[in-house]
Design a protein around this ligand. Structure first.
Ligand code: EPU
Length: 353
């Protein structure tokens, strides 16, 4: 008898009238006409040629931690499910690590730390997948993803092929990238990260130093920085497994320096940061929303987290339209009170902002 190899994972799994609620961290009702789970980039050409995608709308989904379904999606939701991790090159100090898009982000961060690599520790515990991370250029505690990305591998639907974009070609900006600005064009399949064995820790962001001190640590390792970040996040941000949410619902607004100065003169407590854009400042959306009185507010099951004004939460039975209506009321009140326009961070399906 000769042995045969059984491929346990089909290249593509199609599901009709798919319930995406368990795949979205807001846990609101979310459906797509089809869900295509694609195991690897090699399966994309045949999948994309399928009439269900070739003739309809496509929504690429990752961990669902940055999506708000305001209505069912009538097209195909596509999820890349490959989750392998490999070392691309290792010159003793600088190490290039590649992860496929379907890998859970925090699990990947822990994997790199277990390999003794530094660079992603400040980005610990961010929900979502590796493939979604470059789309909105995730960032936290003083580190933005683009500083650690070496290259992004993606299917280019315009050119009809797989490409490898160097970080400089990804158009990264604050919570933004060309992948986000060119919706429908890109399907991220893998990301390569430039990490190091000699850590240059980023401990400047408010709260990290105090948390490490509370842990009794004065010369931290990358793993300990990761632990400190996890502790701060768990204390401040609701756990999506317990209370549906998508992290920060609004981006911190970037305004002209003159407007920031005028607001600061009136409200000296308003946190104001370097925007990385000349002539502009980044303001704290959380502070503006908090000052407008929204923290802990509830409209039925749609609410604002009691612990952080920037996080909208689903107390159980809210739908996407109700959360969107609350978000619009919040933005309207911040606009009226401070003259600042807020923009949502998550992608809204079935409605426009
Ligand atoms: N603040 C308030 N009220 C609140 C919460 C915060 O006034 O309810 C003020 C405080 O003065 C605080 C300041 O806002 O010092 C900033 O708060 P925080 O450190 O929590 O940061 P953030 O600007 O609200 C950003 C990211 C988070 C990231 C944290 C930490 C955005 C939109 N959000 O939040 O990212 O974890 O910094 O680096 O850039 C996410 O994008 O989903 C996310 C959670």
């Amino acid at each position: 008898m000769s042995a045969t190899t059984i491929d346990a994972k089909p290249a593509v799994r199609w599901r009709r009238d798919a319930d995406l609620t368990p795949r979205t961290s807001f846990r609101v009702p979310a459906r797509a006409a089809w869900l295509a789970e694609v195991a690897s980039a090699a399966a994309l050409p045949a999948t994309l040629a399928d009439p269900r995608i070739a003739e309809g709308a496509l929504l690429v989904v990752g961990g669902g931690s940055n999506l708000l379904f305001a209505a069912p999606f009538e097209g195909v939701a596509l999820a890349m499910t490959g989750d392998s991790i490999s070392i691309v090159s290792d010159d003793a100090d600088a190490v290039l690590v590649r992860a496929e898009a379907g890998r859970g982000w925090h699990d990947f961060v822990l994997h790199t730390l277990a390999l003794g690599l530094s660079g992603l520790e400040n980005l610990s515990l961010i929900p979502g997948t590796v493939g979604a991370a470059p789309i909105q250029n995730i960032g936290a505690y003083g580190v933005e993803l683009d500083r650690r990305v070496h290259a992004v591998e993606a299917w280019d639907r315009d050119a009809g092929g797989l490409v490898r974009l160097a970080a400089a070609d990804c158009g990264f900006a604050y919570r933004d990238s060309r992948f986000k600005r060119e919706p429908g064009r890109w399907i991220v399949t893998a990301v390569e990260f430039a990490l190091t064995r000699s850590p240059r820790l980023e401990l400047g962001y408010a709260g990290i130093g105090a948390e490490l001190a509370a842990m009794g640590i004065d010369a931290p390792t990358p793993k300990q920085v990761s632990e400190a970040v996890c502790r701060i996040r768990r204390a401040k941000l609701p756990d999506p497994a317990v209370l549906g949410n998508a992290g920060s619902f609004f981006k911190n607004p970037i305004v002209p320096v003159a407007q920031a100065d005028a607001l600061l003169a009136e409200h000296p407590g308003l946190p104001c940061f370097d925007a990385g854009v000349p002539g502009s400042r980044k303001l704290s959306a959380a502070w503006l929303i908090d000052a407008a009185g929204w923290k802990g507010h509830r409209d039925g099951d749609a609410g604002v987290a009691p612990g952080h004004a920037l996080v909208l939460v689903n107390h159980g039975g809210a739908n996407g339209a109700e959360l969107l209506a609350l978000a619009r009321r919040i933005a309207g009140s911040v606009q009226a009170r401070f003259g600042v326009a807020l923009e949502p961070e998550p992608r809204i399906v079935g409605a426009s902002w």
